[in-house]
Design a protein around this ligand. Sequence first.
Ligand code: GDP
Length: 547
Amino acid sequence: PENPGVVDEVASTSESRDNLSRKIAREVARRRTFGIISHPDAGKTTLTEKLLLFSGAIQMAGTVKARKSARHATSDWMEIEKQRGISVASSVMQFEYRDHIVNLLDTPGHQDFSEDTYRVLTAVDTALMVIDAGHGVEAQTIKLLEVCRMRNTPIITFMNKLDREARDPLELLDELETVLNIRSTPVTWPIGMGKNFRGVYHLLNDEIMLFAPGNEKADQTFEVIKGIDNPRLMEMFPMEMEQLQMEVELVKGASNPFVLEEFLAGTLTPVFFGSAINNFGVREVLNALLDWARPPLGREAIQRKVEPTETPFSGFVFKIQANMDPAHRDRIAFMRVTSGRFERGMRLKHLRLNRDIKVSSVVTFMASSREQVEEAYAGDIIGLPNHGNMQIGDSFSEGEVLQFTGIPFFAPEIFRSVRIRNPLKVKQLHKGLQQLGEEGAVQVFKPVMGSDLILGAVGVLQFEVVASRLMNEYGVDAVFESTSTTSARWVSCEDKKMLSDFERSLAHNVAYDAAGNMTYLATSGVNLRLTEERWPKVRFHATREHS
Ligand code: GDP
């Protein structure tokens, strides 16, 4: 050949491409990305700490809490979080266990602040539902589960705090079915509870794991006795064993068998009993996650479905958060990688802006700290510094035009108009609200008529967060006032002329949101209904996906 060098190069590139696809397939297969959902105080933080213990990333439990309070101490707007004792911000952790890479996304559990939570759930493949066995299913769990059901997210259930007096386990299972409307299948079954908690019986393995108060060590093991008929058990707990055998008969007859496909379809939840604070039953849940839950799935984009093992990189932003760490005074865009391999220093195409960006200081979230990412694969969450050009729902690739779908915005239910005390600060106000709107901290509507901006939220607490951040980050003292708006609907219409007629004739009720979408601000339920009837060709949407 005339130019042998070229041939060699082609050969070696295609070989390394093969290597790369193999490597990507391997890396994707060992990843699991999940979120924990629970009502406040059910034990989510405690469980998270114990999960991290297994990874060896932290030696002592308590680190998660310590990290939380370090943030409190130094970040002003987090004061609200501290005062209310709730977790406003959600965070991301990555750890390694059994040769798997586990990405754990924390979801804030307070009922007032759930918009963010909903979107975090769009970035996970599996959910772990923690229930306080003394309280059963609680309000916030119901809401969060609804979101999981919308996306058929598989759910593993952990019944926590069996070391205390708990509700009857059969009743708890029944509640999952009647209140949450999800079929359940017990994998472990508790033997006693409270002071008489003896352990759990593993229904699939026919093993009994004996309870012992937990400690803070990762390598803690609990004694396991094989076989429910084991004479040793009868000697140890004659009373409890009789009861257990009766219950197990009953449960086996009455409950659903474990069927992997039904779990994966999100219609059947395997249930584990235990005590997070004692580290008891936690390992079983983590093993179930690795053994049963799926590696990262393909994602729908408007153009096509993207498979995680494709070699070109792609990803989408599902959350933006400011001032997470006062040592890094920046805003972070959280991106879920959807395909390919991300490498530090890589050029990415920002598809909404149709612009190349070079991302050199990308962070990952190892259990103990923020670290620089060297590489990341589908299922991983990476943090990109955001100087205001990234929005929730933005998609990124190596060049292909893709817009991932399924990141919801919910029509706000509570509204305030916003005004400032010092008119000279109007520019800062607009800048602040624009940025907070893009972050999804609050929804910002600019009415076609009039100058006051309208803010919309799903929970009242969002306004407090916004007021406090406007003050601290933008130096704006804003006043929030009640407004006549009672609901908002995004509007669309095939007929562009009709849409502009709509805008003109209802100018007093039409506004644009931070992403420039036309919105109808209704003043009552009747008003909304009448408008819908009068404009049958105009579509009114209670949710919108990023477009
Ligand atoms: P979160 O609000 O869901 O994150 O709940 P936390 O993890 O902060 O736990 C709430 C409270 O329940 C704390 O006081 C924990 O110590 C306690 N707790 C968590 N797990 C258990 C458990 O297994 N048994 C008992 N008795 N208390 C627990």
